[in-house]
Design a protein around this ligand. Structure first.
Ligand SMILES: NC(=O)c1ccc[n+]([C@@H]2O[C@H](COP(=O)([O-])OP(=O)(O)OC[C@H]3O[C@@H](n4cnc5c(N)ncnc54)[C@H](OP(=O)(O)O)[C@@H]3O)[C@@H](O)[C@H]2O)c1
Length: 235
């Protein structure tokens, strides 16, 4: 797909990986709509970009947004959806585990209701995560959510052809998702989780966005997962 002149919606586009994707889509000449629950957090808005408020868990709000903004060619969701449960399975808070699936429900909502607003040439990209296929101890919740996202992408791709849908899978990435850590604690966290990777450092949102842009541009790719993870799956 030639991105210039196309219309793109990016859920979770106000922060981190989604924000970097909004910037790169804008640089490539797309008309972009960046979406999150708190649009005011996006203080530096790229060219040809508008910011909208919508919760990916609110189906009525999503449909109203689509009625207002459709049709569109590109649909990206990097919205985390809500909280994430971490810790050993045997000690798992089961409400927290269930709540982690807000990410999956947010993705299913935006794809389910977005399809009818996209042409056959349209492209969808979701964001999973390396624990989907390499679950370290303590990551069972995000692993099972990520696995479900990737299974959904493979299944939906067969039904929506010739529209395309893919997932980009990050490793550890320096974004506000890790804002519970600050300063030296954040550096130590990143080092601990990346020092044994083939590329032993934390990733940047821009590197992740490059993967998403590839999945939008390459019309021969659908139903798959692109790993942009510093080799974490082999670590
Ligand atoms: N960073 C990493 O190391 C890493 C690793 C693996 C996978 N991932 C995945 O990558 C994706 C992007 O993460 P990130 O690191 O870029 O996180 P981030 O910086 O925290 O950004 C998350 C974005 O999602 C939006 N969002 C969250 N819940 C939402 C909801 N219910 N409705 C609408 N928007 C919502 C946030 O805005 P509001 O809160 O204002 O709504 C924000 O724009 C996520 O799916 C995450 O699981 C990240």
């Amino acid at each position: 797909m030639e991105i210039s002149g196309k219309k793109a919606l990016v859920f979770g586009g106000t922060s981190g990986i989604g924000l970097a994707t909004v910037q790169q889509l804008s640089d490539l000449g797309a008309e972009v709509i960046a979406i999150g629950r708190n649009p005011e957090k996006m203080t530096d808005v790229p060219a040809n970009t508008t910011v909208k408020k919508c919760d990916v868990l609110d189906r009525e709000a999503i449909q109203a947004l689509y009625a207002e903004c459709g049709p569109f060619d590109i649909l990206v969701s990097a919205a985390t959806g809500g909280g994430r449960a971490v810790g050993p399975f045997a000690e798992m808070d089961m409400d927290g585990y269930q709540a982690s699936f807000a990410k999956l429900w947010g993705y299913t909502n935006v794809v389910r209701f977005g399809l009818e607003h996209m042409p056959d040439t349209g492209a969808i990209v979701l964001v999973s995560g390396s624990p989907a296929r390499n679950c370290n101890p303590g990551q069972i919740a995000i692993s099972s959510v990520g696995g479900a996202v990737e299974a959904m992408v493979r299944g939906v791709a067969k039904e929506i052809k010739p529209k395309r849908i893919n997932a980009m899978s990050p490793g550890l990435v320096d974004t506000p998702m890790w804002s519970a850590f600050q300063g030296e604690a954040l550096e130590a966290h990143y080092k601990k989780l990346t020092q044994n990777n083939l590329i032993p450092r934390v990733g940047t949102p821009e590197e992740q966005a490059q993967g998403i842009i590839f999945l939008i541009q390459n019309d021969f790719v659908t139903g798959t997962v692109l790993d942009v993870d510093g080799g974490i799956l082999l670590s």
